[in-house]
Structure formats: structure tokens, C-alpha cells
Design a protein around this ligand. Structure first.
Ligand SMILES: [Zn+2]
Length: 625
């Protein structure tokens, strides 16, 4: 019922973890490894580490770690089998599994994804194959969307009916409960169900992994009783509005390539620009920018260009978005379109070249804010000018980079002929205010996080574990048969004081006894418990702690000799055991003398244990180095 092991191994060895991860996050080389902002928790400084050598990843912030399969499982919320299949097709390896086994391993997320995929195809067929859909097709064509574009973005049409989709989905084998969960149907008070989207042009919302997770639906019929021009899928297990950017799946590679992202407002704006060949574009879907969306962007680029029509450019939501983006460490520029134009209409009326000309001369957030104030007449009075400048300095105060701040202060000083010293004093005041805020941007992020491993500090937990036990398990994991044998013949894993390590060690040793000693990225595939997989990664990415001698050795050596570490760790481990016995014996001796019992056996034992301690130390000298 499982995928054959040799196939799993073939897929694993033909997938490079650096390549895979870099499709999702922006990796930077650091020493032997690569680092990035962690895709599994919100952070400002990268603690997510990928090792090309070990073919594993580990986040020092949230403790998530694993190999290519766990990465994809976690990222795309899919099962192990699905992850193997996905990577197999990526590597061009054929995987044949019986249908029944897939059914068995299907997670609830797999079902939700399937429903959304089915819905997307269903709406697309409504659009392209039905009589009723012709009307919606005409709407898209009139917007100058080509057949190619319609297919690429999977645009569609929901029939003007209360149960057309519901019945088709049920016939397909999906149940009402799941359909309700992803927001495609609704429940009446009498318990019956009906279609959520009726008679609308459908825009599938596609997550970064290329899967449909929700829909935006545009009004196109005059008899549509719902007022909203657009209605969106409700929040669901798959869809969190504040974390999604429309078009990100299509645009991500282009954003990285151009090292810039264009942010537009509407679905149609995004699609039009993309169709015109300006592909590094995403849409915020009309909502105000969120910190999660900005975090998503900063995985691909630090440069954000807001492309807004002149109405929304002036809105307070835009201004707030700018401040949030500055706070998130992004460079923000604004392109303002002529009165009455949005990106969609502009590209159709004036063409790609004219649009590119606009992009060539974006305005900085400083000039943008100044222009807004000027339009409102603020610069006509001294007081107005003061307020305007203060507001601009307020935005500058959001920037974390001190050098950038001083650069912008200089710019304002020159532009508005204000002494730099005055501006700096104002900035300092605002920075103090920011610092005094009870919740900073960072801590708020941590607190609102559902899974907040950062606060719990997994790494700290491990630090309380005896270092020698960690080192020993790490050595076992590294998969050198000679070392593993040496360890096993010199100590008993059952005597470990830490239960997690004991559990992991015996699990790994059991795998070794069945399959032979293997590298950690392979071992991970044989283990089911999520927690153990992360613990493996954690240990693999940690440095060896205790080998005192290696500290003294040549600093040029990158990796200490495993045999030296193994010896030192074993010695320390055994010494501790004996010391514990010594203490216990001493307590017993004390008791015995208090009770006037013969103390000779305890005294003998004491001598014995002391001798054992000595032996260990001399063993260290004899065998060590
Ligand atoms: Zn993390």
C-alpha cells in the first residue's frame, strides 16, 4: 500500500533541496549553507537554514526541519504520498501506486484541494462549453482576455442556479460538509444546501503552490440580486484572505527575476498586465495590504512598486500600506496612473510601452506623500507644511535601517529646504515613541501566530538536555557505521536521562538494524512522527557541543573528528552515571551510619566507583588521541 522504497529513494536523490526550496523562498548563501526568512513562521531575520550537503533544512526560530518530502508536505499541506508523487513528476520519475492506497493516505486538506480543483474545472467548462456560459465568455473577451489567458488563469462561470454546482459535486463523490468547509455551498436554516456562486464570472484564487484555494466572483448579470461587484469565497481551511496575493503563483519567478513586484488592486488589473508581458505583478484584491502579504513578498524581493489609480492612491489604506511595507523592510515606490485609469484600462488604452515608461519613473514614498498633501493644499500655510513634513518623517521612522533613514532625511531636507538637524530631532522623537510602544511590530507577529513555537523556544528546550546525549544521538544520526558500533559497544542508550533523545535513538537504531546505517535525510523518510523528524533536523543542524579537545584543536578545521567527539561524549556520559551512583551510595552510607548498620559494603562500593571514575579518565588518556 506504500510507494516502493527504491522509488522514494530515487525521487529523494534526484531532487535537490536547494533548488526545491528556492522555488518558494529567496535563499542567500551563507558559508556552506543557505539561509532565508522562514516560510513556516513570521520573522525579520533569517533563521531558516538549508544544507545542500545534508540535503536537509532546519529553522532555528520555530524548530521545523526535515528533507525534501517534509518541506513539500508542510509547504503545500499535502500527504507524504502526494509529496513523493509531486517530486517524482518534477524529476520525471514514474510512480505507480494502487488507487486504494492514495485514498487511504488522503488528508482532509487533500480533499479540500480536490474540491477546489474540481470547482475550477467545472466553472471553466461552464464558460467554454455551455450555452449559458457564452454570455460570461463574451464578458471576458470584451475585456480583451485572450483564450490563452482564460485558460492559464482558469477563468470560469458559475451557472445561474441554486444547485447546479452542488449536484455536480455530489455526483463527483464530494460530500456537503466538505463543500461547505471550502465555502462553495451554503446551508439554509432548514438544513438544505445551495450554491454560493450563482451567475458570476469566476476568478480562481491560486495559492503559491499552484493549487486553487478560493474564488473571486464578478457580477455580470443585470438580474444578479447581490449588490457587490465582487464576492469572494469565505475564509476556509485553505483560504486566508490576509495571507494570499492574487497571481503570486504565476508571478513569483518573474518577481525574483526582476527583483521587483508590482502591486495592483484588482484581479483584472493583474491579469491584463500579465497578459501584456509585464509578469512580475500581483493583486491585493482590493483589501488593504497586510503584514502577512508583505512577508510573502519579501521572500522574493525587497522592492515593492504600488500601481494604483489616482482615487485609491490617495486613500488612507494606501498610506497605511506604505508604512507597513516600510516597516517590513521593503523599498516602496509608487506609480500613479492618470485620472480615471486603472492598470487594466491603461494598458488597453495606451499599450505596454507607455506603461513601462510609467514604471521607469516611479515616485518615492516621500514624494508621493508630499504630492498628496500638496493636492490637499497643505503646503500653502506654514502649519500645513509642518504637518506634511511631520507625517513624512513619521513614515521614515518606520524604516528599521538607520542608514536608509538618514538618506531619506537628507532628501527631505534638500527638497523642502528644512534644516536636517530639525528633521533629525523630529525623527528621534518619533523613534522614541515607536520604541515605547508596548507591542512592537515583531512581538505582535509572534503573539498572533497560531503555532507560536518561537515563543516556546524549542531550541532552548534542547539546551537543557545533557549535551553529551545530544552529541551521541547526533553521531548516530550522521550515519557512520563505525561510529555507531563504537557508541553501541560503549554505552547503553536506555540509560539516557532525556526521554525524547532515548526514544529517537532507539527508533533510529531499529531502522538501522532493518535497513542498515543511513544518512539522516534518508532516515527521516522511515519515520512517521512529525516531532521526531524535526528533532532529527535540529540535531543535524546543531554543532557538536562537548568535545573540549576539538575546541583546542586547529581552528581551521571545519568539522571535528567524529571519533574524538564520540569518545569524549561517551566518557562524559559514563562519568555522569558513575557520579550519580556515587551520590546515591553516599546517601545510603549516611543512612546506614545513622541507623548503626554495617557501612563496610558502602565504603567498598565507594572505593570501587572512585576507581571506575579514574579508569574512565585514564581511558581518555590511553585511547584519546
Ligand atoms: Zn521557522
Amino acid at each position: 500500500m506504500k510507494i516502493p522504497e527504491n522509488i522514494i529513494e530515487e525521487v529523494r536523490s534526484s531532487t535537490d533541496i536547494v533548488e526545491l526550496v528556492s522555488e518558494y523562498v529567496q535563499l542567500k548563501k551563507r558559508g556552506k549553507n543557505y539561509v532565508a526568512l522562514c516560510p513556516f513562521h513570521t520573522e525579520k531575520t533569517p533563521s531558516f537554514t538549508v544544507s545542500p550537503e545534508k540535503q536537509m533544512y532546519y529553522c532555528f526560530g520555530c524548530g521545523k526541519g526535515g528533507n525534501v518530502f517534509t518541506f513539500l508536505m508542510e509547504m503545500d499541506k499535502i500527504s507524504f504520498v502526494e509529496a513523493v508523487k509531486a517530486l517524482a513528476s518534477r524529476a520525471g520519475i514514474a510512480v505507480v501506486i494502487e488507487q486504494s492506497s492514495i485514498e487511504k493516505e488522503k488528508s482532509e486538506f487533500d480533499v479540500y484541494y480536490e474540491i477546489c480543483r474540481f470547482a475550477g474545472m467545472h466553472f471553466y467548462r461552464n464558460l467554454t462549453e455551455t450555452e449559458e456560459g457564452k454570455f460570461a465568455l463574451a464578458y471576458f473577451l470584451q475585456r480583451k482576455f485572450s483564450d490563452d489567458t482564460i485558460r492559464t488563469f482558469g477563468l470560469g462561470y458559475s451557472m445561474n442556479s441554486w444547485d447546479e454546482f452542488l449536484n455536480r459535486a455530489k455526483a463527483e463523490g464530494f460530500n456537503e460538509e466538505d463543500l461547505l468547509k471550502v465555502g462553495l455551498i451554503r446551508k439554509r436554516e432548514d438544513g438544505s444546501y445551495y450554491d454560493y456562486f450563482r451567475g458570476r464570472a469566476m476568478f480562481p484564487i491560486i495559492a503559491i503552490n499552484g493549487k486553487v484555494i478560493a474564488f473571486g466572483a464578478r457580477k455580470i448579470r443585470d438580474d444578479d440580486p447581490i449588490a457587490g461587484k465582487y464576492i469572494n469565497s469565505p475564509e476556509s481551511p485553505l483560504y486566508n484572505k490576509s495571507k494570499v496575493l492574487f497571481g503570486i503563483f504565476f508571478a513569483k519567478e518573474w518577481i525574483r527575476k526582476e527583483d521587483n513586484v508590482l502591486m495592483v488592486e484588482g484581479y483584472a488589473d493583474m491579469i491584463s498586465l500579465y497578459q501584456a508581458g509585464i509578469k512580475n505583478v500581483v493583486a491585493s484584491s482590493g483589501t488593504a495590504l497586510t503584514t502577512d502579504q508583505l512577508a510573502l513578498i519579501s521572500r522574493y524581493t525587497k522592492n515593492l512598486t504600488l500601481v494604483y489609480d489616482s482615487d485609491s492612491a490617495g486613500s488612507s489604506a494606501t498610506v497605511r500600506g506604505i508604512d507597513l511595507a516600510l516597516e517590513a523592510g521593503l523599498n516602496v515606490n509608487i506609480v500613479e496612473l492618470p485620472q480615471g485609469e486603472d492598470p487594466d484600462s491603461f494598458i488597453k488604452n495606451f499599450g505596454k510601452d507607455e506603461f513601462l515608461k510609467l514604471l521607469d519613473k516611479p515616485i518615492s514614498f516621500i514624494d508621493f506623500k508630499a504630492t498628496q498633501f500638496k493636492r490637499a493644499g497643505a503646503f500653502e500655510t506654514a502649519e500645513g507644511k509642518t504637518n506634511a513634513v511631520r507625517s513624512i518623517v513619521q513614515s521614515i521612522a518606520k524604516i528599521k535601517d538607520e542608514l536608509k533613514r538618514s538618506f531619506f532625511i537628507k532628501e527631505i531636507s534638500e527638497k523642502y529646504d528644512i534644516y536636517e538637524s530639525i528633521l533629525l530631532r523630529e525623527l528621534e522623537k518619533m523613534l522614541n515613541k515607536e520604541r515605547r510602544k508596548p507591542l512592537t511590530y515583531d512581538s505582535k507577529q509572534v503573539l498572533t501566530k497560531k503555532d507560536k513555537p518561537v515563543a516556546e523556544g524549542k531550541t532552548n528546550n534542547v539546551e537543557r538536555i545533557p549535551a553529551e546525549e545530544q552529541d551521541i544521538v547526533k553521531l548516530i544520526l550522521e550515519g557512520n557505521a563505525e561510529i555507531v558500533n563504537f557508541i553501541l559497544s560503549n554505552l547503553n542508550i536506555d540509560q539516557f536521562t532525556n526521554n525524547r533523545l532515548k526514544q529517537l535513538a532507539s527508533l533510529v537504531l531499529k531502522i538501522y538494524s532493518e535497513h542498515g546505517v543511513m544518512s539522516p535525510d534518508k532516515t527521516i523518510n522511515m519515520i512517521e512522527q512529525e516531532e521526531m523528524k524535526s528533532l532529527i533536523s535540529e540535531l543535524v543542524f546543531r554543532k557538536y557541543e562537548i568535545s573540549e579537545r576539538w575546541q583546542e584543536m586547529d581552528k581551521e578545521i571545519n568539522e571535528p573528528d567524529q571519533m574524538i567527539i564520540a569518545r569524549d561524549a561517551i566518557i562524559k556520559f559514563r562519568r555522569k552515571l558513575i557520579q550519580k551512583e556515587l551520590e546515591e551510595n553516599q546517601r545510603a552510607l549516611k543512612n546506614a551510619s545513622m541507623m548503626h548498620v554495617d557501612t563496610t559494603p558502602y565504603l567498598h562500593k565507594h572505593q570501587e566507583l572512585l576507581q571506575m571514575l579514574k579508569d574512565i579518565e585514564s581511558l581518555k588518556f590511553e585511547e584519546g588521541l
